[in-house]
Design a protein around this ligand. Structure first.
Ligand code: PNS
Length: 161
């Protein structure tokens, strides 16, 4: 039986930290469905089609990946795709409360779905899409933290040279 994980997130935009989690996830699962979902707490910089395009370009050399988006509840999407688990990355302790709350809410909504947390590589512990966008907005050098296509797109968005 093919073991499938849903890797949900805003991916606004995808970072090297996300790619790290996907690579680690593929050592546990046969297939990962990277899914852009709505986070009502976040105002996004990129549209869903732009985020999909960036994910596709960044993951083009990695096999057993599907990239998609959905407008509903994560647990419903997991059932719809007959997946076995939700995959989330964990960075510093600061992630814990939010991730814990979300995992328990998802468990409350559907008892049969497990959330699997993987620890990001140490070099990505302090990066996030939000902090990278903020640094890029004010001209900070974020090239080493994102895939090349994302770097180009951020430069374009923030009119950097
Ligand atoms: O990358 P993010 O913003 O931390 O990802 C959060 C996301 C998109 C996975 C989360 O907000 C989500 O699952 N949204 C879909 C609606 C839902 O099912 N919410 C969880 C139950 S409250």
């Amino acid at each position: 039986m093919e073991r499938i994980a849903i890797y949900p997130g805003s991916f606004d935009p995808v970072t090297n930290g996300h790619l790290d989690i996907i690579q680690r996830g593929l050592t546990l699962f046969d297939k990962i469905i990277v899914t852009i979902l709505e986070n009502p707490e976040k105002k996004t910089l990129f549209t869903v089609p732009e985020r999909i395009e960036l994910l596709e370009a960044s993951l083009k050399d990695i096999e057993n990946i599907e990239i998609t988006s959905d407008g509903g509840l994560l647990v419903d999407f997991v059932v719809k795709r007959k997946a076995h688990a939700i995959l989330r990355g964990m960075r510093a302790v600061s992630d814990f409360e939010y991730e814990f709350q979300m995992a328990l809410m998802n468990r409350k909504l559907n008892r049969n779905i497990q959330t699997v947390f993987l620890m990001t590589g140490l070099r990505w512990i302090f990066t996030s899409s939000s902090i990278i966008k903020e640094a890029a907005r004010f001209g900070g050098d974020i090239e080493s933290m994102v895939p090349p296509v994302v770097f180009e797109k951020l430069k374009e968005k923030y009119k950097l040279s």
